[in-house]
Design a protein around this ligand. Structure first.
Ligand SMILES: Nc1nc2c(c(=O)[nH]1)N[C@H]1C(S)=C(S)[C@@H](COP(=O)(O)O)O[C@H]1N2
Ligand SMILES: [Mo]
Length: 375
């Protein structure tokens, strides 16, 4: 079996096996198809997803992007333990064997860096993997969060020096969540990625996987999980990864919202265009919310509905879509996609108030217009 077929089939449940013979999948690609590169993206982004080679539902581990703010810390497995502490009745120190002995849970989740802003040179900080580990909720329940505990902080092993108001602080990478959010039953303490041990670059021995949240929430190289009675405002909660958005009220008043990056937002992208002879096809992905439809506009024309791949176990995974582009004329064209979620929300246009009112690049879920030249 080809690697991509293997990856697809290992992701299938029984219903998937029953459905798949009749389903129309975009991938694997058509025999002999030739890529027509987008002219607005001259070269692939180093260390990130190369959309021009996009042809699998699962992103292989060696093609998965990496973001680390304080380098990649060496963690000694022999002495590594996860500490659960703070406002809990039963503090814990868990070894990796303790964690692996607990019930296993899997999720296919598309992890996107909230800094993946969609400008032509930065679209590839995203990947889709099947993550496995043990759910966080039962551990927090066993630890017993005390009354007054409102915040759960996830500390990584990576350390950096920060300066603020002339105070130098050597600190571990950390992100937090409300107790309510941390108790969502999809939160995973993850040690396995696509059937392989979690790679070091992706946070081995253990990371948080927070399905439905931007990548920043998924703290790698976990060291300590601590419950507190105040909101945590560390660098990656309260300064970086803070979206600044100017919202206009109906009465004309401008309200500046500064919000910590949180849950993913509805988004899609045209990944590539190929042809076999005179048969042209546009491929892409949509994610960030439960996707209902994806529509494509060529040269600013009417929105056309794309065909979406039926995938199983995909509540938190991207959808793969394709659209046949019938007899494009020679010359320059634009291709743009928009995703529509199950509640009817439409991915905003790049020139919408929602996107133009945002003055930071995080959480950029605007429509991405691609340029292409058909020869
Ligand atoms: N400990 C730690 N965890 C971290 C980070 C980090 O710098 N240190 N970066 C975060 C960010 S910004 C992203 S987008 C994801 C990237 O995950 P990946 O490297 O597995 O793709 O990890 C998150 N978890
Ligand atoms: Mo990120």
């Amino acid at each position: 079996m080809e690697r991509r077929d293997f990856l697809r089939h290992t992701g299938l449940t029984l219903t998937g096996l029953l459905l798949s013979p009749w389903a129309v999948y975009a991938f694997p690609n058509r025999e002999g198809e030739v890529l027509i590169p987008f002219t607005d993206q001259p070269s692939p982004e180093q260390g990130r997803l190369d959309w021009s080679k996009f042809d699998t539902f699962i992103t292989p581990n060696d093609e998965f992007f990496n973001v680390s703010h304080y380098g990649k810390p060496e963690v000694d497995l022999a002495t590594w333990k996860l500490e659960i502490s703070g406002l809990v009745d039963n503090p814990m120190m868990l070894t990796i064997d303790d964690i692996k002995a607990r019930p296993r849970q899997e999720v296919t989740f598309t992890l996107e860096c909230s800094g993946n802003h969609g400008f032509p040179t930065f679209t590839g900080a995203i990947g889709n993997a099947k993550w496995a580990g043990t759910p966080l909720r039962p551990i927090l329940k066993e630890a017993g969060i005390q009354e007054g505990g409102i915040e759960v902080i996830f500390f990584g092993h990576d350390v950096g020096e920060e300066e603020r108001r002339k105070v130098k602080m050597r600190q571990n990478f950390a992100r937090s969540m409300s107790v309510e959010d941390a108790l969502e039953d999809t939160m995973l303490l993850c040690y396995e990625m696509n059937g392989e041990p979690l790679p070091h670059a992706n946070g081995a021995p253990l990371r948080l996987i927070a399905p439905g949240w931007y990548g920043i929430a998924c703290v790698k190289w976990l060291k300590r999980i601590e419950v507190r009675d105040t909101r945590y405002m560390g660098k990656f909660m309260g300064r970086d990864y803070v979206t600044m958005r100017e919202e206009k009220r109906p009465d004309g008043e401008s309200v500046w919202m500064e919000t910590s990056v949180g849950r993913t937002q509805l988004k899609s992208l045209a990944a590539k265009v190929t042809h076999t002879g005179d048969k042209y096809r546009i491929y892409g992905a949509a994610w960030g919310a439960p996707i209902k439809t994806v529509e494509i506009s060529i040269d600013g024309g009417a929105w056309q509905k794309a065909t979406i791949d039926p995938e199983e176990d995909a509540e938190f995974a991207w959808k793969i879509w394709h659209l046949d582009w019938n007899s494009p004329t020679k010359g320059e064209h634009t291709v743009v996609s928009r995703a529509i979620d199950t509640k009817g929300n439409i991915q905003p246009a790049a020139d919408s108030d929602y996107i133009t009112g945002k003055h930071t690049y995080w959480e950029s879920n605007g429509q991405v217009v691609r340029q292409i030249n058909i020869e």
